[in-house]
Ligand binder design. Sequence first.
Ligand code: NAD
Length: 373
Amino acid sequence: MRDAGRVVKTYTIAVLPGDGIGPEVIAQAERALEAAGERFAIEFTLRRFPLGAAGVAAAGDPFPEETRAAVARADAVLLGAVGDPSLDQAPRHLRPEFGLLALRAQLGVYANLRPVAVFPALVDRSPLKADRLEGVDVLIVRELTGGLYYGEPRGRDAGGASAVNTLRYSAAEIKRVARVAFESARQRRGHVTSVDKANVLEVSQLWRETVTRVGRDYPDVRLDHLYVDTAAMRLVADPRAFDVLLTENMFGDILSDEAAVLVGSLGLLPSASLGDGPGLFEPIHGSAPDIAGRDLANPIGAIATVAMLLRHGLGLAEPAAAVERAISLALEQGARTRDIAESGAPALGTREMGLRITGLIGEAQRSRASVAS
Ligand code: NAD
């Protein structure tokens, strides 16, 4: 497609705002995506579809048929968050989280990438001392479509007094996510720490053997192994020790939330979930019902997610870097939402923070235009 002499590429993004603060932060993420598109002459067709409680309300299904079809056709999927306390007691197939797990399974996104880097402007917002935080830059690679969250058999027995979940991994499932971790380490500081519980669990023994075998294909990457309990301690005691942290589904769920504490707010962090088809991109936080609908949510996690979508989902490194720079710049200029503001200090709402960052994404374009005119 051509627009006034500029070649414009078009990508279709399925946008799933979800529940709670999801629609609020996603509105700002869409704004950021459009600003990046404007600056780099890329056209995004953004189409919204319901997921989670929104799917139950619209179609009686947390992952409605219309949404299933749309994500399969999209170039990438951008998700807010799901979860609604009113459905906490609903049957499993009607719970928002069921929709999310089904979405991940349909897309086959087996590798979840969660970067955790401390913004220098926010060092004082972390519960850890500043000297422990300098230079912290961890990439958590979490297996996402296997393990305890998917294993069968599962369920409560007839009387409800006992229950079972199954932890199962095949070597093939471990191998493919391990490769993502080693490849990522090659782009970073060349160090993979694989986390398991091999002293107790047979599945972890298979995990450790398989990761070690994959590691032989990457002699330039240093590999070490940690038990999950030690890893949990080291993440807060010495977070700089990690470059790429590779782990299975449930350990990754827990460790990535622990790592999020380092940066000062859950509202700051993005994630990318990758498989062989379209990727799924979502901030790591949930639907935060306690602040939903009040313009209080931090949209930075969702906007940083747009950067991951551009880089990992569409292979657009330069626009991704522009979005990341705009976030850092807004923080350096003192922009704060309530979750990262000092107590009593004035704070921006979700929308205002989105506008600040979006303005900075467009900045370079405006300065180029003024030089030309
Ligand atoms: P949560 O992440 O929604 O909230 C935890 C705390 O962090 C809350 O105090 C919340 O106000 C705050 N918070 C989260 N995001 C924020 C943001 N962007 N800006 C400012 N503050 C923010 O986790 P929760 O309370 O345990 O779960 C709430 C619901 O979300 C539940 O239904 C849960 O199942 C669901 N959930 C969904 C996902 C997902 O969609 N991937 C992830 C986690 C939890």
